[in-house]
Design a protein around this ligand. Structure first.
Ligand code: ZN
Length: 262
């Protein structure tokens, strides 16, 4: 009920909650199911978030309130990130928007009910090999990849930025915004409340900053990609213009503080 990640079968512990990046809910480990979410009145919320991009979330929110994004492109639709809930109305709404050809998830906190969604659309789920141990519900739909980048369709590239989780990935859409590009970043590259900036954390709830060398590596891997918008993991958490410059100056600021280098 805290991280919202679905397991294959009942168990006592949740390794994702027990990891130092997360926490066990204050009332102890508690569990729910997709059926219970439906019965307790959870519904889908599908709404436009930008050109060609629809948010797919729930009301009331599940897990940490993140929303997924349906990225609609001429070469296929990607469902980026994930929620815990799924129901027939949500599936129908997403189908009316062209359905899902592939799913990719930034990192384990957002695995949610990814296998349910994969089965609903007969779509593969791209996960970086470095996070294999966190996949809570193993399934044939999961496609592990390794290396720094993977083009999953023309102009749609996963980049293993590696911030927050070793397998942490972001999605670059080359042809977004009339060719200016967009980056879908989950909380690997976290869009912060003042939405011209981003930041980088190893743990958000426990406030552990990311290692400077990991931030530098992410910056280096993103260097070849142009992007105007950066879509973070929550509703309206979006850098609207000059996203690439926002990431650069934010990394500079982060490193200046982290390294105490005036
Ligand atoms: Zn996270």
């Amino acid at each position: 009920m805290t991280c919202g990640v679905q397991y294959a079968e009942p168990r006592d512990d949740c390794p994702i909650c027990e990891d130092e990046r997360q926490y066990v809910g204050w009332d102890g480990q508690r569990w729910t199911s997709v059926e219970e979410l439906r019965e307790s009145g959870h519904r889908g919320r599908v709404a436009e978030e930008g050109p060609g991009v629809y948010g797919v979330g729930t009301r009331p929110p599940t897990a940490i309130g993140q929303r997924a994004l349906l990225v609609r492109t001429p070469t296929g639709n990607v469902l980026w990130d994930m929620v815990s809930h799924i129901d027939d109305d949500m599936v129908r709404e997403v189908r009316e928007l062209g359905g899902v050809d592939a799913i990719a998830i930034s990192h384990p906190h957002f695995y949610g009910s990814m296998i349910e969604w994969a089965h609903a659309f007969d779509a593969p789920v791209y996960i970086h090999e470095a996070d294999r141990r966190w996949v809570a519900r193993p399934d044939e739909a999961v496609r592990y990849w390794s290396g720094d980048t993977l083009e999953i369709a023309e102009g749609l590239t996963l980049v293993n930025a590696g911030v927050h989780f070793a397998g942490g990935q972001v999605l670059h859409w080359r042809d977004a915004e009339d060719g200016r590009g967009a980056l879908f970043s989950g909380d690997i590259v976290q869009v912060v409340n003042d939405r011209d900036w981003v930041s980088f954390m190893y743990s958000y709830p426990n406030l552990i900053p990311e290692r400077p060398r990991t931030v530098r590596r992410a910056l280096r891997l993103l260097e070849p990609y142009a992007f105007d918008r950066v879509y973070g993991g929550w509703w309206k958490k979006i850098v609207h213009v000059d996203g690439k410059e926002a990431v650069r100056r934010s990394a500079d600021r982060y490193l200046r503080f982290a390294l105490d280098d005036e």
